[in-house]
Design a protein around this ligand. Sequence first.
Ligand code: NAP
Length: 675
Amino acid sequence: MALLRSYVSGRWHTPAVDGAPLHDAVTGEEIARISSAGVDMAAALEHGRRVGGPALRELTFHQRAALLKVLASHLTEHKDELYALSTRTGATQRDSLVDVDGGIGVLFTYSGKGRRELPNAKVLAEGPVERLSKGGTFVGRHIASPLRGVAVQINAFNFPVWGPLEKFAPAFVAGVPSLVKPASQTAYVTEKLVELIISSGILPEGSLQLVSGSAGDLLDHLTPQDLVAFTGSAATARKLRAHDTVVRNSVRFNAEADSLNCSILGPDAAPGSTEFDLFVKQLVNEMTVKAGQKCTAIRRAFVPATHIDAVAEAVSARLAKTTIGNPANPEVRMGALAGLEQREEVRRSLKSLADAGTIVFGDPDHVEVIDADPERGAFLSPILLRADDPDRAEPHEVEAFGPVSTLMPYTGTDHVIALAARGLGSLVGSVVTGDADFATEVVLGAAPWHGRLLVLDADDAKESTGHGSPLPALIHGGPGRAGGGEEMGGIRAVLHHLQRTAVQASPKVLAKITGEWVEGAPRREEEVHPFRKSLADLRVGDSVVAGPRTVTQQDIDHFSEFTGDTFYAHTNPEAAAANEFFGGIVAHGYLIVSFAAGLFVSPEPGPVLANYGLENLRFLTPVFPGDTLTVTLTAKQITPRETADYGEVRWDAEITKQDGTPAAKYDVLTLVAKN
Ligand code: NAP
């Protein structure tokens, strides 16, 4: 039988022992064996730090993000190989789509976000420059730089592709190497994924390693620069978070654990309404996708007491139509649990849940299956419970990690908010209602206990991604029982892998360190206008001072007529005089900005291709007829694009009046050719 390999210290390692058997969830047949015996965990971490880290840090955020796109395309070409193995975990085609395509989608998303939201630089200058002294010679700004360690990523068995990729992508963009430890039960899918990645040669060596089998003494070797991102049960999260080395070295520890997520049907959604049907459909979907083995699945379904019979009936009718069996058979809607042990665990949890309620659909010990043997494969009927006393503890505490959900009645808005909170922290909740007031009250009341809340109604249903799907752009974790992690999802997950440092210095030194011009740093005025310089020649600090130009009453009248902006402050002397901010006719803000452009541009065709916007525009003091304007334009940030022959240049623009008072300040955004 094949032994799963680990990829550590730059080579594939095959254990020299028999290993523990892993079984096909559908047929019970042995698929592979697994053991991490002989893996030198300390050496693997050191390899990441010494080889992977430096190679990644040679690249900019954009260069790493661009590699993710190449990798995503490569995996797309090979996804059938992953699908084939995914079926053996009990996953249907629909389930594999969530795992495999969802995982590849995360790579595409981080590739795009990394290039749009981060600079094409090796360090991130974050937030505004803080003036720390009166004279302006002492300023501060935060920089964020990649941690010099390894991101250890420990995953749950239910998403062997999406799980590793959702953690690897932000670590990679950040410039931190990953060491992936998948859950043993489905590690054969992750082994294939890592094999596809490593053999592609797309990533720098050391940026991704794999440990198949138990983690052994891995955590003992963590340093303060390493991180741990864990997905799995709350019990394991608790244990690992308290690991001596993790505590001693203040290792960043992110946990996404199990939770008792709820879905709430609004009181307006009576049987026959669109929202009633949406609620029923979503609940059945969440119970049956991945055979309910999703940390985000709906475990608690709260419905108005008056509608509970109708909901129980409608959900049961729909569940009765769910075909169960061999996931390779296209007629099958729900496959198997990940293994027989998992099924036993769900049955044990069901016993506790049944103390608090009754089963209204399904039989934990019997299920009809298509194209498979119900005893050899880990098949289980979907089970809908009904707990008429929603104050019982069990439904709020016991997670049956399978196709199991409990219906409970509520009596009013405050009651249902209190019930939602009894999960003591959840990854996600949903409210299905056509009543925006009810939705608002529930969302604001339940938000502190949730990482994510979905409001589902007739308007968004068609395009909604549903209750159970964590999205790469939004946070994943949840408070309390859900693990307390809110670092993953979106660019915040990249930042999680960076160390934020407050740098205090003079403007000149700060500009040098961050690679961005800051106010007070030297400007360079040369004979050549900065608009005549391509990215190859342009330097941060290059500037042009243009003007003066006097604004006349005629200019203001003309601008009013020409644009139709006849706001009284520009056209009605009495009304303008009565305005406490102006005291008389003032020039339009947009006129001032337009005059500034007229002053600073260099008009002939050249490397500047387009002006694509302004940011942070502030009009600081009114400009009256007769005032004279001067504008200073300074190249502030230069961001060449990796995949185009141009890049972005952000310019600092400051318009001052004859006495030096600032009239307006803003950033001008342009596209400039590389050569
Ligand atoms: P688990 O038993 O807690 O295992 C999770 C991971 O931790 C596995 O990779 C496991 O490896 C590893 N592990 C266990 N003990 C360890 C130790 N002492 N040192 C280092 N690693 C250790 O959870 P599971 O059974 O795989 O997954 C099911 C649970 O995960 C459910 O409760 C579910 O709600 C939760 N989950 C949460 C999320 C989320 O995003 N919040 C997502 C999916 C699943 P081995 O397999 O090799 O033991």
